[in-house]
Design a protein around this ligand. Structure first.
Ligand SMILES: [Zn+2]
Length: 403
């Protein structure tokens, strides 16, 4: 480790990492460090390969200014996306590129234990070279269910009730770990790499087996008193409806507009045989609607109407610039999105009508990208509690993979 004070290095790295490119003058202005200190620290970071020179700008006086960026291969993260039916693992670099991935299908009804998770995490590390392995910085996990204040997790599908997940994994991996609910990870991924880059007021809506929201207001993620803000699926969207919700209420948005809600309604109203009902998949309902089958169209109309109405409430309450839709239900994007837009237009007052509605383009990797961002944020923001992270980042990069 060089004799450059760690706080200088941390301050400079914190300034550089969110920017695709930056000049030395901008670093001096942002960090408030004196030019000599910045030069000394940058000399070290450039010679170690942690920071790369990517070009030169000519200023008015003819002076050349170096353009710098963080070396994407200066650090790696393990990202884990715990879904209800499978677990995705990835090894990513500092800018979220997935280097290695691994997937584990979950057996229905069989819980997940720490040994399963450690195996998956090992699988994405097995091709790492030694110099890369020494640059593993942190683990990020996107998790379904509820994360309690002490970072214990309750996720019924994974067989966990107040399970001390962070504690056990940190103990086994010796790496710092960041854990957040899926909707939070998704909205962070959209702000980092997706369509919400630079958008300080945005809401990500996950529409799958459940319906949830990740809400960012004025650049801050909304958590709530019990970290339960964004349980959008459990607003009562139709007080006169009988649709049962697993939360115990009736008429919840999730009971009408989730994938399981749509399947239930179609099974109840269609004339399918019991065997056909058993084989029914969400895609079948969308295919029937595309053939103008009245029952399928009625179920999709109702779900879209409920989603549009619910979104209009979010728009009035939070005044977002952007709403991003994602989740399994978007396999019926062609059917749902125009109907949701129509319902939104019907229910949203003029003074908040400029909210844009988009569909996520991050695809199935959104959970992994969000988990990688959690790890990145932990590594850069919390390096005071993990001083070795700065040392790892600033150690010489022995080799660089072509990016
Ligand atoms: Zn409910």
């Amino acid at each position: 480790m060089s004799r450059i004070p760690a706080p200088w290095l941390k301050s400079i790295l914190l300034t550089i990492y969110p920017k695709p490119a930056i000049t030395r003058d901008e670093i001096i202005r942002s960090t408030g460090l004196n030019p000599a200190s910045v030069s000394q620290a940058l000399q070290h970071l450039l010679s170690s390969g942690t920071v790369l020179k990517v070009g030169e700008l000519k200023s008015r006086g003819g002076r050349r200014r170096e353009v710098l960026k963080l070396n994407p291969e200066a650090g790696y993260f393990i990202a884990v996306d715990l879904e209800t039916a499978r677990i995705r693992y990835a090894l990513t670099n500092l800018v979220g590129d997935i280097r290695y991935r691994w997937e584990q299908e979950l057996e229905f009804g069989k819980g997940v234990d720490v040994a399963d998770l450690l195996h998956g995490m090992e699988m994405v590390q097995r091709n790492l070279m030694e110099w890369q392995y020494s640059r593993l910085l942190a683990v990020g996990i996107s998790c379904p269910g509820i994360i309690h204040e002490n970072r214990r997790v309750t996720a019924v599908n994974l067989g966990w009730r107040k399970f001390p997940l962070s504690e056990k994994l940190e103990e086994a991996t010796k790496l710092p770990l960041s854990l957040e609910t899926a909707c939070r990870a998704y909205v962070l991924a959209e702000r980092w790499l997706g369509c919400a880059q630079g958008v300080d007021n945005c809401i990500y809506i996950e529409i799958g087996r459940g319906v949830g929201a990740g809400i960012v207001v004025d650049g801050r993620y909304l958590e709530g008193d019990d970290h339960m803000a964004g349980e959008f699926g459990h607003i009562t969207i139709d007080a006169s409806a009988d649709d049962p919700c697993h939360c115990g209420k009736r008429g919840c948005l999730e009971a009408i507009a989730s994938s399981s809600g749509i399947l239930r309604q179609y099974r109840e109203k269609s004339r399918l045989s019991e065997a056909e009902k058993g084989r029914l998949r969400l895609g079948d309902v969308f295919d029937s609607a595309r053939r103008n089958e009245p029952v399928a169209l009625a179920v999709i109309d109702r779900a879209s109407q409920a989603l549009g109405l619910g979104l209009s409430h979010l728009i009035v309450l939070f005044n977002p610039a952007l709403i991003i839709l994602g989740g399994d239900l978007l396999q019926g994007e062609d059917l749902l999105v125009p109907r949701i837009r129509k319902a939104l237009a019907d229910h949203t007052p003029e003074f908040v009508k400029k909210t844009q509605v988009s569909v996520t383009r991050l695809g199935l990797d959104i959970g992994l990208k969000g988990a990688a961002f959690l790890a990145l944020f932990l590594a850069f923001q919390n390096s005071v509690s993990h001083p070795d992270l700065i040392q790892k980042l600033c150690a010489p990069v022995m080799e660089t993979i072509a990016v």
